[in-house]
Structure formats: structure tokens, C-alpha cells
Design a protein around this ligand. Sequence first.
Ligand SMILES: [Zn+2]
Length: 274
Amino acid sequence: MIRPRAVADGVVAFPTRTPTLPPATHTQSYALGTRRVLLVEPATPYADEQRAFVEWARGLGAEIVALVLTHHHVDHVGGAEVLSRELGAPIWAHRETAARLPELAIARHLEDGESIGLGEQRWQVLHTPGHAAGHVCLFEAELGAVIVGDMVASEGTILIEPSDGDMAEYLRQLRRLAALGARVALPAHGDPIADPSQLFAFYVAHRLAREEKIVAALEAAGAAGSTDLFVVPSAYADTPRAAWPLALLSVRAHLVKLVAEGRVRTDGDKYWMS
Ligand SMILES: [Zn+2]
């Protein structure tokens, strides 16, 4: 893995090894700006990778304004405390992220729509819940670059868990990202994505196609109804069985959405078409 790597004008990627969802093995951190920089995703919990990150960050020869968390998941925040201390930089995150990390000192709550000036660059904060309640993206209109965290990935898949995720909100926020007309998306996992609006739209279409398979399974079950577990084999027939435990979480997230929309009803255990 090449690091550091310039991925846009005044934006550098620095991937570090993290305990993330296979096949991904790393999380991309990004330095935004040149003389004053934000470091997004202080991700790695491993001491050797943290040392490499600190060496790289110091070598930028810039004022490190803050470490930014896109969201609270373990493969995004594992280095936050150590890197904040070593680099003498505060941690910024959305308040919903801060609420999920009570052990971390979050110095500033990022708000949807606010803009952070870094020399020539102005990064707009977008609160994009769905994958995680406090998820934020950062968009620089001149560069046409958007930091997308775990909204999409060019390596591996994005999991929407019913416990903290929200499928309806996730799809809404993907459509919002597509409307930005960005020239490049910089995800936490994998390479930069050129002309990402198509990919955002593809993610929406893919999720909705999966949702229709869940609907078809419930229609087939008829008056007997079906549990979430029994929907998985037909809705995910194209997916290796090893992935079915994760697929079950995704099914649950879709069922929450379908119930909220009134298309499906439930007694808390079984599900029927309305
Ligand atoms: Zn995540």
C-alpha cells in the first residue's frame, strides 16, 4: 500500500491497518489543507501504525487544527486518544458520535452545514446519518472532493445495522451526496472514486433491489408470515452463506424501513405484507 498518497489538490491519503470488515484491511485517513490541516479518521488502534501516522503527520510541517471523526465505529476511532495526545490536536465530531464515545474528549461538535476554512479550502460539514447516527461527510466545492467515510466504499461493503443504522435515512443521505455533483469521493476503505454520483445512485438502486427481494419473500410466505431469519436464504440466494449473519442485520434494517412505510406489518417476531 502506497502511503502517503496525494488524492486531490491539497488532500493526502494515509491508510493504516485497522480491525475492519474483510476484505478491507485498512482505513484511509486524509490530511485536508496544506499549512493548516484537518486529519480525518484517526483510525488505527495498533502502536506501530500509530507511530507511522504520527511521523507522517509531523512531517507535513503544518499546524494540525484537529482530528475529525466521521463516525464512532471502532475501525475509525481506534487511534483518536493516542494521536490526539501525541500530536497535541483536539478531536472534532458530530454530537451523536460524541455521545457514543463517552471516554473520548470531543472538543467541538460538528454541525450540518457549517464550513471549516483551511487556507484556500473550505470544507462543508454534511451530517449524513444512516450507517451511523453521527456520521459526517466533508465537501470542498472548488475541489469537487467529498470525504465520505463509510457511506460508500470502493473495497468491501457497507453494513447498515438496525441497532444504530437507519436504512431509510441512509438512502436519503446517499441521494443527497449524489446531488452534490462531486468529481471525486474519498472513502474510508479503498481507492478514490471518480465521478461518484453514479456510484451513490447505484448504491441506492442496489439496496432497493434487495428490499424488493425481501418483499417477494414475504409475499411468498403469505398469511403464514415469515421471521427475519427465514427471509435471508431467498433474499440473499446470490450471496455466500458465510455472509448471511451480516445479511440478517441488513434484512432487519430493511424490515424496520418497510414497517415504518406501512408496507409490512409485524408482531415483533413475524412479518407480513400489509
Ligand atoms: Zn462504520
